[in-house]
Design a protein around this ligand. Sequence first.
Ligand code: PLP
Length: 438
Amino acid sequence: MSIKDQNAFWMPFTANRAFKESPRMVESAQGVFLTTPDGRQVVDATAGLWCSNAGHSRTEIADAVSAQLRKLDFTSIFNFGHELGFEYSERLVKYTPDGIDHVFFGNSGSEAVDTALKVAMQYWDVRGQGQKKRFISRQKGYHGVNFGGVAMAGLTPNFKTFGQWLMVDHMRHTLDIERNAFSKGLPTQGVEWADELEELVTFHDASTIAAVIVEPIAGAGGVVLPPEGYLQRLRQICDKHDILLIFDEVITGWGRTGEAFASTEFGVTPDIITSAKGITNAALPLSAVFVSNKIYDTCMEHAKAPVEFFHGYTYSCHPVACAAGMATLDIYEKEGLLTRAKTTGEIGSYWQEGLHSLADLDQVIDVRNYGLMGAVEIRAPKGQAGTIGPKALTTAWEKGVMVRGVGDAICMSPPLIIEKQEIDTIVSVLRDVIPVIA
Ligand code: PLP
């Protein structure tokens, strides 16, 4: 039966009708390569969905998962525990910035975001400031698809229909192509966008605001970088007004920027960090919310009931996912992957130079990059804004590279194991693709 005849599957975030007419199928994956059913090799320039950081189908993870499934496939984590979960938690918090030494588990980035918002609310509640329930997020932000996350969303299609549930206000995004086009690494212009937070705090009053949530680098919004000093300024404003700062590191975590977390790379410590995707190399669903000692201790000391936090998922701290996570950390450590993306390093700088070599194409109006992330922004023909991304995705796929299209940007985040020749392939395919699509 062909895919055209198999209509049961309602695919997520996909143009279902178009896809079923012209499917792009993946049969297997190994390292940086995907293989299609007709045997074509495609370079995965997106690490799946910003997540297969150590490359695909890692035997070490498969073995760990298989062994765990045979030993302890599941146990309730409400009122019961398993040693692996405690051991894994201790290991995980060694990667987080100093002072963030606690972890709450979920299964997806979306669950991590909603958990983080609830942690913030819980913290203010036990401090006797339960009226602090408003959040400030940012345009172009993506925080998953659960009800908390879509309220935070700064992408119109996600927010407009579904996101009107929490009290939230949005700061402006930091994409400023006019001033910052072709920046290598962090753009130098735009730190003042952070001052919008000060204005919003004045407008709503700090006594109503629980937390600010941003991605250190906005991924799904099109690889939007923070200008130099911008995140530091957000931190200062939050401190000044006693507002929590949440970094959504679902994409930027686990080596994407050249450190385990962008918080460390950028030298800004939030109060809460969300993490998922690369935490298990995407082999199994698992997410984590890392919480500062200040928040955890306050929630424990001032708890209003024996159960300190009425929150959790059946599969929080799933033992099989923990086993996948442990094996993933082994790989990251053994292969030095968490710092491999650094732009000062060989691969990170090769990536930067490769992407920026496309700047000579007429259609390219911006190239931006950090660590092993990058976007090439294309000038859309008049009246056709937003049409380039989908065309880039399909054309690049046909020519042997998987990319993401966001608006008119071609977005990429290859596995951290990528080598120079695969970067060359990506760049040369894009050089062919760009003139065809714009
Ligand atoms: N937060 C950010 C920054 C993300 O990029 C994503 C997914 O791309 C999510 C949250 C949601 O993660 P998930 O799709 O695992 O729910």
